[in-house]
Design a protein around this ligand. Structure first.
Ligand code: SF4
Length: 475
């Protein structure tokens, strides 16, 4: 592992950094449930929780069903105001006693830590995902990173137990150089793991957009200097606090592009529901202009326009399908149409992961497929690009099809089948495209619910030995 040394920016980086400005942001965040319990939250936002809800939540406070120990509670004024007229947004961000009824699930969904060669970096495929911060401006109750945000201790493959750490520039840059040098001197593949160059980095967390411009600029330029070809920013800030996309932020992006025009910049935004970006009238209906076009929440529309008008930036939306938030084909249809209309792409919809308390949020895999398929009926070819993905321990897997009819002559397919396709294998690119077919189980929320009905598995999805090893050790 690369040793930690101080990172010294190049002259070119320093010249870029010297142009960066920051302004103070007033997100007006309410942190935790205490301001609601103590009635110290702003008067106009106290109504987010009813008195009955606060009583139920306070009873659980500091017990083993404490909702805040599972996932810290946090909301911005902007999002709380949108929540007033939106049951979906309320469900997304309001703590509920139901969350801790059943705490089954994994503290490290997808065995992420198996792919962490350096603290704060997950290296899969040709890309790396970095935890650059451990919070967001608000917190989604279903968050897939609850263990990071709640600073929980995680068991790793080597037997150690520790909180997930954050990425630091010296270690990450050192690792990129070391890995890519080994790839370059070995004919294009790493001599040990066989992977290609690490060429793409996703800034994640938590939400990188809670960092100031100076910190983002430091990451951007250090990655560019290390030879990273594409930088992605995974963010929900456009929903939580769109004013963060201010003039100083765009000036920083423009200066970065001027200094490093060869580096791709991609924003992976995260809207679950159109209520997060479409303006509503007093009657709760979406506002339309005189031609019938939907009207966006002004600050969100401005942030999206300002990103998209820079032709060198791409914007893609991705979201899980979550119970009582967006398991609604009509809402998803509007969202996909609007994203494409303004110029953003629809990337992935995700089946819920096996996070702690997943039963409070996840809907069955086959139901997710039905909802997405329904939502795409009537969408044009450019609007319906999104795929339904489920993150298997082996890698990202598409739920390609769910049939209702048996396959003639195939025992086990009497109720129809589900066809999975491995989109990316976290370790080995050649496995891409391999398929797995299972008999249907309408209640299945995770792969283990199909274990007894595997019909064909060239993808090896049901050979997850790490899980079996861990289970055997704990018996
Ligand atoms: S924005 Fe993403 S990382 Fe932040 S709380 Fe929501 S799901 Fe978790």
């Amino acid at each position: 592992m690369p040793q930690s040394t101080k990172y010294v920016p190049t002259d070119k980086e320093q010249a870029f950094h010297s142009t960066v400005e920051d302004i103070a942001h007033k997100r007006e965040i309410i942190n935790g449930l205490a301001p609601f319990f103590k009635e110290s939250a702003p008067d106009d936002l106290m109504g987010l929780y009813s008195s009955d809800e606060l009583v139920q939540l306070s009873v659980l406070n500091k017990t083993d069903r404490d909702v805040e120990s599972r996932m810290p509670v946090k909301i911005t004024r902007h999002f709380a105001e949108l929540a007033r007229t939106s049951p979906a947004i309320q469900k997304l961000v309001k703590a509920s006693p139901d969350e801790t009824l059943d705490l089954a699930g994994s503290e490290d969904p997808g065995n992420q830590m198996d792919y962490s060669p350096v603290e704060g970096l997950l290296h899969k495929y040709e890309m790396g995902l970095m935890y650059v911060v451990s919070t967001c401006s608000a917190h989604c109750r279903f968050c897939y990173r609850e263990e990071l945000i709640a600073r929980k201790e995680i068991a790793r493959a080597d037997g150690t137990v520790a909180k997930k750490g954050l990425a630091k520039i010296p270690e990450i840059v050192g690792y990129i150089h070391e890995f890519n040098n080994a790839v370059a001197t070995n004919g294009g593949r790493h001599p040990v793991c066989g992977r290609e160059k690490l060429r793409e980095i996703l800034l994640s967390g938590g939400d990188p957009m809670v960092l100031n411009n100076a910190k983002l600029a430091a990451w951007f330029s250090a990655l560019a200097e290390a030879g990273i070809e594409s930088i992605r920013v995974g963010t929900k800030e456009m929903a939580f606090y769109p004013k963060r996309f201010d003039e100083t932020f765009f000036a920083m992006l423009d200066a970065f592009h001027e200094a490093y025009p060869e580096v791709g910049v991609h924003f992976m935004v995260h809207f679950e529901h159109p209520d997060e970006f479409l303006a509503k009238g007093d009657d709760g209906e979406y506002l339309r202009d005189d031609k019938g076009f939907f009207t966006w929440v002004p600050d969100t529309g401005k942030a999206m326009r300002n990103l998209l008008e820079r032709g060198w930036i791409t914007v893609e939306n991705q979201t899980p399908i979550i119970k009582d938030i967006n398991n609604d084909p009509d809402a998803l249809r509007i969202m996909q149409r609007e994203m494409k209309r303004v110029g953003a792409d629809n990337h992935y919809f995700f089946c819920g992961r096996d996070i702690v308390a997943y039963k409070a949020f996840n809907i069955p895999i086959e139901e997710s497929w039905r909802i997405l398929n329904e939502s795409q009926k009537g969408l044009s070819g450019v609007e319906n690009h999104a795929r339904l993905s489920i993150t298997h321990y082996k890698g990202k897997t598409e739920v390609c099809a769910v049939t209702s009819e048996p396959i003639p002559g195939l025992a086990g397919s009497e109720n129809g089948v589900v066809i999975f396709k491995l989109l990316r294998n976290a370790a080995q690119a050649p496995d891409r495209g391999k398929v797995c077919i299972v008999g249907r189980n309408p209640d299945a929320a995770w792969f283990d619910d199909y274990e007894d009905r595997v019909l064909f598995d060239e993808a090896g999805l049901f050979d997850y030995s790490r899980v079996k090893e861990v289970a055997a050790e704990s018996e």
